[in-house]
Design a protein around this ligand. Structure first.
Ligand SMILES: *[C@@H]1O[C@H](CO)[C@@H](O)[C@H](O)[C@H]1NC(C)=O
Length: 324
């Protein structure tokens, strides 16, 4: 009994510390091909236990972050050892490290990016999925346990990408889709020079291509009003799903804390035909507008132990390890 009296406050302390210190990202690969996630901490933000790894189709992995973390998560595709040098390299999303771990390297565009600022202004998490640097695969961020909505891009844009933006792979098929800024370098596409303010940098026909297909994703640098999502910090964990199965996503995922985006669908019904017939992601999915199922990751959850103490504090297993 004396032990119990001692351990109870310890448990409560650990529980509150884990709430204050940890946010768990659960990365799931629902693509039909292997994805190598890359993780980059922003300047001044602590490094995570991993900066890159392989995720086989159907596989998931949990990565814990301290509550004030900010940074990016993306998916690398078509990776392997370079025949000549033996260095690890990816056809899309490459971080230049020459190894599976990115070690502080960022994604080479065009790459779909999930961006996070945890525990930012007003005690909120801010997150978005950005196509500002182009896109390479469908990706969705789904908060779990908060009022924030899911965001991302469900459509595989590699096929329908305009020819002048398309990046073709060895076999000629599209493997990524550039932003107009990367393709043409014009200030009006890059929101630079005379176009470096929200008032002067307007959406273009090219940014509109991305926005029409993925209404909640960032399509150009000043797309904030419809693309930044918030959740109250500390009570939320995040699913990051590559090639989410469209039918498993709920249609009306507008969170109450995101009034400006609550009217926007996660996928544009009128362009959802883009994915029909099975793209490279194997979805072949129709958007099921009547589905109201919660956003859930499919596939087994194969979590790895991260940095030991933080991971233990962060996981439900850690919190529930003690018998009460
Ligand atoms: C859906 O796409 C169509 C055609 O590209 C566009 O006119 C419409 O505004 C889009 N809807 C949303 C919600 O983005």
């Amino acid at each position: 009994m004396a032990t119990a009296r001692l351990l109870l406050p310890v448990t409560l302390l650990l529980t509150s510390l884990s709430r204050a210190w940890c946010t768990t990202f659960t990365l799931t690969n629902s693509c039909a091909y292997t994805v190598w996630p890359g993780l980059l901490s922003s300047a001044g933000s602590p490094p995570l236990a991993t900066t890159g790894f392989a995720l086989a189709p159907g596989e998931s992995r949990a990565v814990d972050a301290p509550a004030a973390w900010s940074g990016r998560i993306w998916g690398r595709t078509l990776c392997g050892a370079d025949a000549a040098s033996g260095r690890f390299a990816c056809a899309t999303g490459d971080c230049g490290s020459g190894t599976v771990e990115c070690g502080g390297g960022g994604a080479a565009p065009p790459t779909t990016l999930a961006e996070f600022t945890l525990n930012g202004a007003g005690g909120n998490d801010f997150y978005d999925v950005s196509l500002v640097d182009g896109s390479n695969l469908p990706m969705v961020v789904g908060p779990q346990g908060g009022a924030g909505g899911a965001t991302g891009c469900l459509v595989d844009l590699n096929g329908p990408c305009p020819a002048e933006l398309k990046v073709a792979g060895a076999e000629g098929a599209g493997i990524a889709c550039k932003s107009a800024c990367e393709a043409f370098g014009r200030p009006e596409d890059c929101c630079s020079g005379a176009f470096s303010s929200p008032a002067t940098c307007q959406p273009s026909a090219y940014s509109q291509f991305f926005k029409n297909a993925c209404p909640r994703a960032y399509s150009y640098a000043y797309d904030d009003a419809t693309s930044t999502f918030t959740c109250t910090s500390g009570s939320v964990s995040y699913l990051v799903i590559f090639c989410p199965s469209i039918s498993s996503l709920k249609s009306s995922v507008g969170g109450s804390t995101n009034p400006s985006t609550s009217g926007l669908p996660l996928i544009n019904d009128t362009v959802s035909f883009l994915n029909r017939g099975g793209g490279s992601n194997g979805n072949g999915g129709y958007y099921d507008a009547s589905s109201s199922a919660s956003l859930t990751a499919s596939g087994p959850l194969l979590s790895h132990a991260g940095a030991a103490v933080l991971a233990w504090l962060c996981t439900a297993r850690g919190r529930h390890w003690l018998p009460w």
